[in-house]
Design a protein around this ligand. Structure first.
Ligand code: ADP
Length: 167
């Protein structure tokens, strides 16, 4: 579909992207035809254990979003609402796959609204092709040597080979 529905509106899409999946890319592709700019924000949380370093996750995302000129990749180690404010983003975008996701995301949106009332959370339901894609399950599958090529881009599937614990 041509044209921008929300000209001048910038959206933040925060996430761990550990690793990035086709589900994430589907949300980004749909969002960048709606919002003027989409700022993908790779979360850096010192309390959280990630499979891939922040540098690797950023490098993946930079390469994967290269086809879309209005998508940028950033990192953030503060509240995402603060990041959104600093970059004049009115929308905080989150993908939802299930009712379980929704109940978690709904609570998060209320918390975020409390911290930053000027930033609105928008939910985008997953495309049905991707509703089973979950980074945590993909990591487990890859560690057992399972085929993840239908779930993550080839560059990510290749990088995951080094975490294979079962040969
Ligand atoms: P977080 O740790 O913040 O949940 P994720 O990288 O798991 O980070 O997810 C980032 C965003 O992408 C979240 O809004 C999440 O719900 C969404 N997402 C993840 N996987 C999918 C998918 N398969 N389809 C749609 N949205 C997804």
């Amino acid at each position: 579909m041509a044209g921008l529905w929300f000209p001048m509106v910038k959206a933040v899409l925060p996430g761990s992207f550990d690793p990035p999946t086709f589900g994430h890319l589907n949300i980004i592709e749909r969002a960048c035809s709606i919002f003027e700019r989409v700022l993908v924000v790779v979360a850096v949380n010192r309390e959280k254990h990630y499979l891939f370093s922040a540098e690797e996750r950023v490098a993946f995302m930079q390469e994967l979003v290269a086809p879309w000129p209005n998508v940028e990749v950033h990192t953030c180690d503060t509240l995402v609402v603060e990041f959104a404010r600093k970059h004049q983003c009115r929308v905080l975008l989150r993908g939802v796959r299930s009712v379980q996701d929704f109940s978690y995301e709904f609570e998060l949106s209320i918390l975020n609204k409390g911290v930053g009332p000027d930033v609105e959370t928008f939910f985008m339901p997953t495309d049905q092709k991707y509703f089973v894609l979950r980074s945590s399950a993909i990591k487990e599958l890859a560690s057992f040597g399972g085929d993840v090529s239908g779930m993550v881009p080839p560059m990510v599937a290749k990088a995951m080979e080094r975490f294979r614990t079962v040969t």
